[in-house]
Design a protein around this ligand. Structure first.
Ligand code: BG6
Length: 464
């Protein structure tokens, strides 16, 4: 029996914009604005305005999650649904009522709320008026929004997170064009990276003040998608490329969040390239003083890299890709539907890295899961027989357990996702849930993996 530590959190993750659906829009976010015009955001006619209808169904969705063994749920509060006036921070009563009800309902169902404050859902007005995360003013507005959330829900929420995958904001919005505003601007991505770290630290500063004033035992963290890069060969050029990729993809957010400073080697490279962010000594001090209590790690696939094949022609061309290329390892195991390599051992490597280089801080797997298309293929007697998902999760848990045995301070595992949900990249093409959502009738039923997860969650482990 592979037994996990006492009080290990068996959870699942989702986000507001991907699950809630039809909700009073106090303000439009970038997805409301962008996807109204984009047919790719819809699958069989179902898009973000429906999602998995959590806004209307939470009272039945949450008990079903409890039946799948989900004892903690990570979701997010949508800035545009909670705040009516983005300048003054005045709240929208519909938003306050909904999030209050959801938190209460989670607790009634024995589900611990883990609340994240930003899942890519920037209010469009803040992009149009200030340039979004390129603006330091927006970092202040975010910290004010975070503070409002602590004040409204902090009596019941003990686990807070500032951002989900800030790295994806750079990739999607400023480098590879899969999130609005679909820019290609390497130097802007560098400034945005800095501003996101600053925004997180400012929110943590507000949290600390709120915590002290309210004598709370709550904790705050951030959620990073860590993909340590493996070099294609032992050749020094490939190793150099892998080192840059790890610094850029992981350490750029991990180091300031946990250690309070940016990686010196990366700063030097960006400075020499003439693209280093604008910072002030006061801001760097603020980042140093406001590190996280806990870290969430999203993990899906490893990163494999080799020496770069392109060099920049001018500063305007600066992109992180000039330091490395991705590498497709021959013989790798693939999730063909999603196009991602499956390599659970990386989870062990992450566990050891956090143990050895990040003060063995408390952390948990805040997302891990398998997206599969047309799951109707695997329906038998009304239940999705998703043995592939069970294997995927189990293989990752085996590696995680090894990391815990080796002393890494991991206290939970959250599957992506509880109920099949909408996504900006694949709409409903890939399904990830332990619970099936029939997107046309909004009928939700446990998959085989949901029944299996209930058992391992109740047993706090499983037979290998
Ligand atoms: C994570 C995100 O990166 O991956 C989720 O936090 C996302 O929001 C998940 O849905 C799966 O990716 P995708 O593109 O298949 O939905």
């Amino acid at each position: 029996m592979l037994e996990f530590p006492k009080d290990f959190a068996w959870g699942a993750a989702t986000s507001g914009p991907q699950s809630e659906g039809n909700f009073h829009k106090a303000n439009q976010n970038v997805f409301d604005y962008w996807f109204e015009k984009d047919p790719k955001a819809f699958y069989d006619g179902v898009g973000p305005d429906t999602a998995s209808n959590f806004y209307n169904d939470y009272q039945t969705d949450l008990p079903l999650m409890a039946q799948a063994g989900i004892k903690a749920l990570r979701t997010s509060i949508q800035w545009t649904r909670l705040i009516k006036d983005l300048d003054t921070g005045e709240v929208d009563p519909t938003g306050v009522e909904f999030y209050n009800n959801v938190i209460d309902c989670m607790l009634q169902n024995g589900i611990t709320p883990y609340i994240n404050l930003f899942h890519f859902d920037l209010p469009i007005k803040l992009y149009q008026e200030f340039g979004g995360w390129e603006s330091k003013h927006v970092t202040d507005l975010f910290a004010d929004f975070a503070e409002k959330c602590f004040e409204l829900f902090g009596d019941r929420v003990k686990n807070w997170f500032t951002f989900n995958e800030p790295k994806v904001i750079l990739d999607g919005e400023y480098l590879y064009q899969f999130h609005y505003p679909l820019k290609v601007d390497g130097p802007a991505a560098v400034q945005v990276a800095y501003n996101l770290n600053l925004a997180s630290a400012k929110a943590i500063k507000k949290f600390k003040a709120w915590k002290k004033a309210n004598d709370s035992d709550a904790k705050i963290g951030t959620i990073l998608n860590l993909t340590p890069a493996y070099p294609a060969t032992d050749d020094p050029e490939d190793k150099k490329a892998a080192k840059f990729a790890t610094m850029w993809d992981d350490n750029l957010f991990l180091d300031p969040a946990v250690l309070g400073h940016f990686p010196a080697e990366l700063v030097k490279i960006l400075d020499e390239a003439g693209v280093l962010w604008e910072s002030t000594p006061e801001e760097l001090e603020l980042i140093k003083d406001n590190t996280v209590d806990v870290l969430g790690v999203n993990f899906y696939h490893p990163e494999r890299v080799q020496r770069p094949s392109v060099s920049p022609k001018s500063l305007q061309d600066w992109m992180p890709d000039i330091y490395f290329d991705n590498y497709e390892m021959p013989g790798r195991v693939m999730n063909v539907d999603k196009g991602w390599e499956i390599y659970p051992k990386t989870l062990y490597d992450i566990a050891i890295n956090l143990r050895d280089n990040y003060g063995n801080l408390p952390w948990f797997v805040s997302e891990n899961g398998m997206g599969v298309s047309r799951e109707e293929r695997f329906m038998k007697d009304g239940e999705v027989q998703d043995d592939y998902r069970i294997k995927f999760i189990q293989d990752h848990l085996v590696q995680l357990h090894k990391g815990i045995e080796a002393g890494s301070n991991c206290h939970g595992y959250f599957v992506w996702t509880a109920i099949d949900c909408w996504s900006w990249k694949n709409a409903y093409r890939n399904r990830y849930g332990l619970i099936r959502d029939d997107i046309h009738t909004q009928t939700k039923t446990l998959k085989k993996s949901g029944r299996w997860y209930k058992k391992i969650s109740d047993d706090n482990g499983f037979e290998e």
